[in-house]
Design a binder for this molecule. Structure first.
Ligand SMILES: [Zn+2]
Length: 684
């Protein structure tokens, strides 16, 4: 047997590569030499610290050379930080073989991790280096499906786990772990908390201290607990609060003051978001986007600085849109302008852009305070001068109907136009009370401040109590909006839970006419996401006037007329947010009644849902065009009506300084005045 000399040589090379200890390398260096980006604008290129300089220190904390056991990363989206977890897993496979447990919340996230993220990354890296790190898999079932275990060629293995599965978090012994999207981990019914189950896998290494865990996530809910220890508090925020709390600091290009950027000092230019600036806390210099991009690099002085020192504190990193090179001041400003109108929008902005947990508003406003600030000049049934849209909502009970009518301004202020109780049995849609309801809503004309008559733009009826009666009423009384051709009358049904839109997609339902007569799919039923809307309403109700100047009234302010009585305000504030208890432990929040009658609260939530549905995404130009269609005189149009002031101050969303606008809004007539089925062009 003889060997070709070339073959011998290459065998020797491979042998020496395997036996000779490789020089130590920092994790960030290894990632820069080996990890190929598989998506985004730089797909196909090697990961570079230039694109995410803040990740270098995060990665280096993950190597065995660093003494820490735990690393927390509280992050927003669009930061490139997610690569840290995946890249570390591959670094372990190549350089520090060990068993790794990688857990994500839910089966969808699990599938996405396995086939959507991990596999492309492994393939790209192995293709580039020609080195195989993971043994080829032989599926146990033989169908070629991807299994949940990757065996490393150099020793150790990677288990992918669903953090909501007790089975996945059991009977494995790991030395390294990744808790991905930690804030979405949910309690498992009848089992230990998944974080406890996860940590149980590390028991064997706790004595020697040779374990290491990365916790990484965008945040979720803020319970208001400053230490974040309260159960139900955002998990990554809790982890970050226990850490040394590092922020990526930059040096001001003008005065050199070292600081980290926070939303409070960000100045949004509403008219031209690309002119938004950051105000230096040292010299008030307005840092531009071009200056920010330079300042974020280490050679310009950018660095991690721990803000909460202490011997027991592990490395914790906050990464948000302000330090991300994938984001810009313009993008942050645009996201803010889009989000600020609703509680759900603010939650998204706070979590996904600022990388902070969000607190929903849930304390019931004081009804006596609202009673005391009524405005006696407002006339029942009349539309005030600055209101452009009118909605009505009816709450159908067994022996009567509660009805509320609200007029809305472009900056989301609301005027109570009418509130009534119409008595009478509601067992059929032809009952007397429904004739009256029609007169008070669909057939009614509302005088405005300019001597014109207006009609309802949308009318919602709660179908939760008598679905068939309400569906029949809607079918028999449907009218088409003269401007848009859309339905004016909506059958609505409230839905519990967070994360629901104001109005969901309509569902077609049958109408039961009695005596075996049915109209198949005869009516549309729309769901209302009541929980976030109640939070939005309570935020609006808590807004106060700072002076008597009309122009200074905050956006979203609720105007109430002198004729509204105490009963109305008691119902409007009849619920508050309470902890959901599971076996004596709070696990979340839900709405609960403070008082028996809450009909006007339900009415206002329905009205808010309709207003959101009609106006989400409308631009100042579109509002101006609508105002002209509604016959508002030029004097009214010249007011600062369409430059909506910031709606900050909700939950943890910080306040914002408003810039003055150089130009009054352009009056472009590009509103969908034709027969489109929507009021405005939607942006989403
Ligand atoms: Zn400065």
């Amino acid at each position: 047997m003889s060997f070709h000399p070339g073959a011998l040589k290459s065998a020797a090379t491979i042998l020496s590569r395997t036996i000779r200890p490789r020089p130590p390398v920092r994790v960030s260096e290894w990632v820069a030499q080996n990890i190929v980006l598989v998506d985004g604008p730089d797909a196909g290129a090697l990961w570079s610290p230039r694109g995410a300089p803040y990740l270098v220190e995060v990665l280096d904390c993950l190597g065995d050379a660093h003494p820490c056991n735990l690393v927390s990363v509280r992050k927003s989206q669009q930061t490139g930080a997610s690569i840290a977890a995946l890249a570390w897993a591959l670094y372990i496979a190549d350089r520090e073989p060990a068993n790794v447990l990688y857990a994500v919340p839910g089966i969808e996230a699990y599938r996405d991790l396995n086939s959507g993220k991990l596999h492309p990354l492994i393939e790209a890296m192995q293709r580039r280096s020609g080195v195989r790190l993971i043994r080829p898999q032989v599926s146990r079932s033989g169908d070629g499906s991807k299994t949940d275990e990757k065996v490393f060629v150099r020793g150790g293995r990677l288990w992918l786990a669903n953090a909501h599965s007790v089975m996945d978090l059991s009977s494995k012994t790991a030395r390294k772990g990744i808790k991905d999207e930690l804030s979405k981990w949910q309690p498992i019914p009848g089992a230990q908390d998944p974080e406890d189950l996860f940590f149980g896998r590390f028991t064997a290494f706790r004595g020697s201290g040779e374990w290491k865990i990365l916790e990484i996530s965008t945040p979720e809910y803020d319970t208001g607990d400053p230490l974040g220890e309260k159960p139900g508090h955002c998990r990554i925020d809790r982890s970050f609060k226990r850490s040394d709390q590092r922020f990526w600091h930059i040096a001001c290009p003008e005065c050199g003051t070292v600081q980290y950027q926070r939303f409070e000092r960000f100045r949004v230019d509403e008219a031209s978001p690309h002119r938004s600036r950051y105000i230096c806390e040292g010299c008030q210099h307005e840092i531009s986007e071009a200056e920010r991009r330079l300042a974020l690099q280490p050679e310009a002085g950018a660095q991690w600085i721990a803000t909460s020192a202490g011997p027991d504190r592990h490395p914790g990193f906050h990464i948000d849109a302000f330090c991300s090179l994938m984001m810009s001041y313009e993008a942050i400003a645009e996201d803010w302008l889009k989000a600020r109108g609703s509680e759900i929008g603010l939650k998204g902005f706070t979590n996904l852009v600022l990388g902070l947990p969000f607190a929903f508003r849930g304390d019931a406003p004081d009804h006596e305070k609202l009673l005391a600030r009524r405005e006696s000049h407002l006339v029942q049934g009349h539309v005030p001068h600055d209101a452009l849209i009118i909605t009505a909502h009816a709450d159908v009970q067994m022996r009567g109907v509660w009805l509320e009518i609200v007029a809305w301004t472009p900056d989301r202020r609301s005027y109570l136009v009418d509130a009534q109780y119409l008595g009478g049995d509601t067992d059929t849609h032809t009952a007397k009370v429904f004739e009256r309801l029609r007169r008070e809503t669909i057939d009614r004309e509302f005088p405005d401040a300019f001597g014109r008559m207006r009609r309802l733009d949308a009318f919602g009826i709660d179908a939760g109590y008598r679905q068939h009666v309400v569906a029949s009423f809607v079918r028999a009384n449907q009218t088409m909006h003269p401007d848009t051709g859309a339905d004016v009358v909506f059958a609505l049904k409230g839905e519990d839970g967070w994360g629901r839109p104001p109005l969901g997609l309509p569902k077609l339902i049958d109408i039961d006419l009695g005596g075996n007569r049915k109209i198949r799919q005869g009516a549309k039923l729309w769901t209302v996401g009541t929980w976030p809307l109640k939070s939005s309403l309570y935020t609006q109700l808590s807004k106060e006037r700072v002076n008597t100047n009309f122009a200074d009234i905050p956006a979203g302010y609720c105007h109430f007329p002198g004729w509204a009585d105490e009963e109305y305000f008691k119902q409007l504030t009849a619920e508050h947010l309470v902890d959901v208890m599971v076996r004596g432990v709070p696990t979340g929040k839900r709405w609960a009644r403070l008082r028996e009658d809450n009909h006007f609260l339900d009415c206002r939530v329905g009205n808010l849902a309709l207003f959101e549905h009609l106006t989400t995404g409308a631009s100042p130009e579109q509002w101006a065009a609508l105002a002209r269609r509604r016959g508002l005189p030029d004097e009214a149009l010249r007011q600062d009506l369409f430059t909506t002031a910031a709606v900050g101050g909700a939950g943890s969303a910080p306040p914002i300084e408003k810039t003055t606008q150089a130009n009054s809004p352009r009056l472009a007539d590009d509103w969908l005045g034709g027969r489109g089925d929507r009021w405005f062009n939607r942006q989403d």
